[in-house]
Design a protein around this ligand. Structure first.
Ligand SMILES: [Zn+2]
Length: 289
């Protein structure tokens, strides 16, 4: 499933093909999945941004200057298997035609979505509306993260909610927790734990973006860049997809568990579950008495 590094890589690759172009047509046969796309016809694309795992094409009237604020957005979520291609394929779901040519949205499993909305009007997209700060931006602040983590439930599902920080999905949650030596089901992180996790998230996301994201497997449903290139971050995975292989830090076999219905990879030696414990505190208090 594409996560932030893959979506950012997609953004960087397709922006030169789209920025400044006029959308002539967006063709598809699924108006429930690709909503209000006709509103984009005749609009100029002034730029592409990204929030978490959402790609956002900025749309302006064709006569407007490209530095004017945009008033419409074409939001794209790649879903499990979506991606842009230069050539039409078996799984092409949407054909985007600009004054420069065609770009095809392929999506074998059809979980991808698009919608044209007024700029910033994310009411119909609760995940986008409630999304936390970008992990590589100055808005992602350690003190805020540490404070929120102290009251959070199991840390991995909390990360996947996108609320503490945007764009961290299954792969990068597992990798960040391993790097920070925190069990995925740990609750109520201590300040040192949350600080380690904060730094691990920033490092892992920066490294993955630099590597062009991860490509998993060879099937048609797997993430590729628009030109078919693969990402290389999977060569650096420490735990994700490495069940039974040895932890690169301590040599213990990596385990897999299911947590909130997501396959979760961790090292049982480096990432022990710290038992949260009132009993322990009571015992300490009692020993003073
Ligand atoms: Zn280990």
């Amino acid at each position: 499933m594409p996560e932030l590094p893959e979506v950012e890589t997609t953004r960087r690759k397709i922006e030169p093909l789209l920025a400044g172009r006029i959308i002539l047509n967006i063709a598809h046969d699924a108006p429930q999945r690709y909503r209000d796309t006709a509103l984009a016809h005749g609009r100029r694309i002034s730029g592409l941004s990204r929030r978490g795992k959402y790609l956002i094409l900025h749309l302006i009237p064709p006569e407007a200057r490209s530095d004017e604020p945009h008033d419409l957005e074409l939001i794209v979520h790649l879903g499990m298997t979506g991606g842009f291609r230069l050539e039409e394929g078996l799984h092409t779901r949407v054909t985007l035609t600009t004054d420069a040519g065609h770009l095809y949205f392929n999506d074998p499993r059809r979980f991808g979505k698009m919608a044209v909305v007024p700029a910033g009007a994310y009411g119909g997209m609760p995940t986008l509306a409630a999304m936390g700060p970008e992990p590589l931006s100055d808005d992602f602040r350690e003190e805020d993260f540490v404070r929120r983590a102290a009251g959070a439930g199991a840390v991995k599902p909390w990360l996947l909610s996108q609320k503490p920080v945007s764009g961290v999905g299954n792969i990068y949650a597992d990798e960040s927790l391993w790097r920070a030596r925190i069990h995925p089901a740990q609750t109520n992180l201590s300040a040192p734990e949350a600080g380690r996790l904060y730094r691990a998230i920033r490092e892992v996301m920066a490294e993955a973006v630099a590597a062009g994201g991860s490509s998993l497997g060879d099937g048609p449903g797997n993430y590729r860049q628009h030109d078919g290139a693969v990402g290389f971050f999977q060569g650096q995975h420490a735990v994700y997809g490495r069940t039974g292989q040895l932890c690169p830090r301590c040599g213990t076999p990596i385990q897999k568990m299911v947590l909130s219905q997501r396959g979760t990879h961790f090292c049982p030696a480096c990432q022990p579950l710290r038992v949260e414990d009132n009993r322990h505190r009571h015992a300490e208090g009692g020993s003073h008495a």
